[in-house]
Structures are given as C-alpha cells and as structure tokens.
Design a protein around this ligand. Sequence first.
Ligand code: PGA
Length: 254
Amino acid sequence: MKIIIGNIKMNIVSQIERENYFKGMENCLAGKNFKNIKVVLCPPLIHLESFKNRIKNEAVFFGAQNIHEEEMGRFTGEISAPMVKNFGGDYAIIGHSERRKYFSEDNGLVNEKVKMALKNNLIPVICIGETEEERANGQIKSVITNQLLESLDGIADKKISQLIITYEPVWAIGSGRVPTSDEIMEIRILMQKILTDKFNLSLDEMPQIIYGGSVEFKNIKEVCLESGMSGVLVGGESLHPMDFIKMGEVLENN
Ligand code: PGA
C-alpha cells in the first residue's frame, strides 16, 4: 500500500479559499475508489475538523504538520498529540526541515515528539534529509545516519514498523530540484540498513520509507517508483487538488 501525504503548510487563509479547496477535492475524488494507496492531508490544524467533515473518501486520512512533545498544559500556542487524535487526525509530520530551521527543533526534540505521537496512536511521519551544504561536503550518509538514529532512540523494536520515514533533502524542498532515482534508492537502502542494524526487524516489519521535496506529476515516477520508495510527501502541489490526486492515481496504478 503506497501513501501520498500532502503538507499544506501555512496555506488556505480564508473561508473562500478553503471552500474552493473542498470543491476541488470533491470533484477530483468523486467516484474514486482507491485500493492501493492511502491519501493523507495535513492542513493547518485550524482546518482539521472541517477537512475531516468535508473530504469524505475511504482512502483519505488526515494529520498534523507538527505536535508538541507534551500532552497538555501551560504551553501557549501549542497543539498536542491527543488533540490531533481526538479531532480527526491519524498522522503527524515530525521534524520537518522548516521546523528544524525556523523553530530550532533538533533530533532530541524530534525523538520526544515521535514517542508522544506513538503513545497517542498517531503515525509519525519523520523527516530526515541533508542540506545543500552537507551534500556539497559529502556528509549525506553521516547526516542521515545521525538524524535517523537520534530520532528513533529508545523506541521499541515492535513500534518501528508503525513509523513512516521520509527522505526529504532540504535543498529539494520548494526548489524544483530533485535527486536522481538512483540517489534516492541509495538513501532508501542506507536507511533500511541502519534500521535493521539497530532494531530487531523482520522484512515485513520495515517501516514505510517515502520521498519528499519538489514532488510533481512530471517526476513522481522517477522519485517514487523507480527509486523503490513507498510513497511521497508533497508540499506545493498538495494545494492543487487536481495535480495532487493525479499523482495519487499514478501510485494507485503502478
Ligand atoms: P515541496 O515541499 O513539495 O513544495 O517541495 C515538500 C515539503 O516541504 O514537505
């Protein structure tokens, strides 16, 4: 079962825009009966309940773009994992590079959030990826290894299969540039090796490993299918229901 996750980021700023989005999704999903994919939409959380109420399709699920590492309390402005779960979410993106860059999230914090998501039955979508500079310095493998191991520190072997790991090179986000399918495949193999070295996993307990960063209809075959990934995390194109669902169809049919 492949997965396509839409990270809507801080977009959809008015009732009118939201209504248009719902109409677009309704049109694109009408009569669609996906059997081989899950579609996950992660809107700003102010929209979570209305997304859940308005976008009705058996293949479509919802999630958060971030959660706090605590469940409740004096944390002004934050949203917790139980809130997301109780108001319609099943997934939480954790450690997105924009959170790491603008909100100083490090691997330790990502690790706490992953544990909090799992505790509350949210599926963590953990983002891992190197910057342009790290790539230029030949540090891709060490960066990926550290991010992955530190993010998963202390997580029980039997929980690992519930995770979704996203290889999302920072330089590919919003840039229109993507790694080659061979480069993505190499990272997938590296991640699988790190996971099997560290955790006691059988092959069918391997978490889903997906790709993110400038995914578009024109490159989805290359970045997802040719590289052997289990799905994609989509930013910009998730704002366009038609393009987004067309990409879902590619994954459904291949
Ligand atoms: P993009 O964003 O598809 O617009 O590059 C991906 C992401 O930030 O998750």
